[in-house]
Write a protein that binds this ligand. Structure first.
Ligand code: NAG
Ligand code: NAG
Ligand code: NAG
Ligand code: NAG
Ligand code: NAG
Ligand code: NAG
Ligand code: NAG
Ligand code: NAG
Ligand code: NAG
Length: 385
């Protein structure tokens, strides 16, 4: 993931390994790191504001305090969307009902409750892309929708980017970009959530739910590739049109059945209540030996779907413990933010305005995440300050 506020990115492990005099964890610290990663992985995923995320931030905050840091938590309330059970079926004109496998759901799309939304299906074709790979809503065929409400079906190719083009860089690998041909044609699942729709407009057309088929990837690759980088705009909002993803082969089945007039209706179940949830950003201050206000900010996020995505807090804790025992002359501010995966329902940069001294005192900042990930593409078009 990339921040608009990136100051500097690093893959600390790899950089450190190349410096002979670099700080190193001792055997005890290595074992502790292993234990914490393993045990945190048992308690996942850590979606913004869920118990698993709050457990992680609370453990890290208390451990930093024990290590001797001055720790502050910035507490927030966010509108958390919680998909629980989801399923899809088609009622056919021959009187039978067919259950279909899904691969996931559209972030913050809505809540059908367990009874689901039932209506005739309209095939809107393909949700295409402009050449620059942003979504082109004009490609959807919204003419001739059934009177009295409908469920919209369309296939949904992911944006594909060529990371071999100038302007992109590779992080965390010693392999040159030219030796990784896949970079020339990378269809990355997390962009799917950025390809949003005007749900207000389709709701006005009587659409009560959406089924969208993820093409250009296998059903297996599509399964549960859910990353809510983007959600309904605003605090306390849903798009209010429950939407499910299916894999390409299921999508082909639906298209064929609808096209041959065999489908009476579809039922989309997406039981996904929302509630106000607490979540915290943790700031740990470690005083340096020089006694000045100068600091280095080390920044990561604490929310996400998997231990690779949000292992930053545990690595920052290991660094905090190391530098508490081996102090530098400069101060270090460890900033562990929440909100990265909240679909913009919580601003992960709020701390910058709430604690302006952190930014004023910083001589440098290191933004890091996904420790141990083997490769990462860096979009250098992101402003670097
Ligand atoms: C923030 O939340 C944590 C965890 O619930 C709590 O321990 C702490 O007192 C709260 N801090 C403030 C300033 O409210
Ligand atoms: C991509 O292309 C479309 C159509 O030309 C344009 O409307 C849109 O602003 C472009 N988006 C970006 C991010 O350049
Ligand atoms: C991606 O860009 C590189 C460099 O310009 C080019 O050699 C390659 O053919 C492109 N790949 C695709 C799939 O277009
Ligand atoms: C979405 O559709 C609604 C209703 O048609 C319209 O008022 C609104 O301007 C549209 N929003 C955008 C971002 O195009
Ligand atoms: C790039 O990927 C798309 C989608 O999988 C595929 O249709 C296309 O043939 C690929 N292009 C190249 C040059 O590999
Ligand atoms: C999508 O499904 C159709 C029909 O099953 C199949 O012909 C096609 O190869 C599939 N495409 C991909 C990218 O899996
Ligand atoms: C250091 O920070 C303190 C508290 O914010 C402030 O009063 C002081 O003027 C600062 N000192 C310098 C040299 O900037
Ligand atoms: C969102 O709205 C809730 C309820 O009005 C409020 O408590 C909370 O502070 C808001 N959060 C943000 C980030 O604005
Ligand atoms: C998020 O917070 C940053 C820093 O406090 C601020 O500059 C930015 O405008 C905020 N973004 C939104 C969408 O509110």
């Amino acid at each position: 993931m990339l921040w608009s506020s990136i100051l500097l990115s690093c893959v600390v492990g790899q950089v450190a390994a190349t410096l002979s005099s670099s700080p190193c964890l001792d055997q005890h610290a290595e074992q502790l790191l292993h234990d914490r990663l393993y045990q945190t992985n048992l308690r996942g995923p850590r979606w913004t504001g869920n118990d698993n995320q709050n457990t992680l931030t609370s453990l890290v905050a208390t451990s930093m305090e024990i290590a001797g840091l001055a720790v502050e938590t910035l507490n927030y309330t966010l509108f958390r969307w919680d998909p629980r059970w989801w399923s899809l079926s088609l009622k056919l004109t021959d009187g039978t009902t067919m259950g279909l496998p899904t691969t996931g759901y559209w972030p913050y799309s809505g809540d059908s409750g367990l009874k689901g939304a039932t209506a005739p299906v309209h095939d809107a074709g393909s949700y295409g892309l402009f050449p620059n790979q942003s979504a082109n809503p004009n490609t959807l065929d919204l003419t001739g929708l059934p009177q009295g409400g409908s469920i919209l079906f369309f296939d949904n190719p992911s944006p594909t980017k060529n990371y071999s083009q100038p302007g992109y860089g590779l992080l965390g690998t010693s392999v040159p970009a030219r030796d990784i041909p896949e970079l020339g044609n990378l269809t990355n699942p997390h962009w799917q959530s950025a390809k949003t729709l005007n749900f207000t407009a389709i709701k006005e057309l009587g659409v009560s739910a959406v089924i969208t088929s993820w093409v250009h990837t296998s059903d297996e690759n599509g399964a549960l590739q859910y990353l809510p980088n983007d959600g309904a705009v605003g605090n306390g909002t849903l798009y209010d049109v429950p939407a499910l993803f299916v894999g390409n082969s299921t999508g082909e089945t639906i298209r064929q059945l609808v096209g041959s007039g065999k489908v009476q209706s579809a039922t989309v179940v997406l039981d996904a209540p929302s509630s106000w949830a607490a979540s915290s950003t943790v700031i740990g201050h470690l005083a340096g030996k020089a006694g000045t206000n100068d600091s280095i900010i080390i920044y990561t996020h604490s929310d996400g779907p998997s231990i690779i995505e949000e292992n930053g807090p545990i690595l920052l804790l290991a660094m905090a413990e190391y530098f508490a025992a081996h102090p530098l002359s400069i101060n270090i501010d460890f900033v562990i933010t929440t909100g990265h995966m909240s679909g913009h329902h919580l601003n992960e940069s709020s701390w910058m305005d709430e604690r302006p001294a952190l930014m004023q005192n910083a001589k440098a900042a290191i933004v890091c995440e996904h420790f141990g990930g083997e490769r990462e593409v860096l979009d250098e078009k992101v402003p670097i300050r």
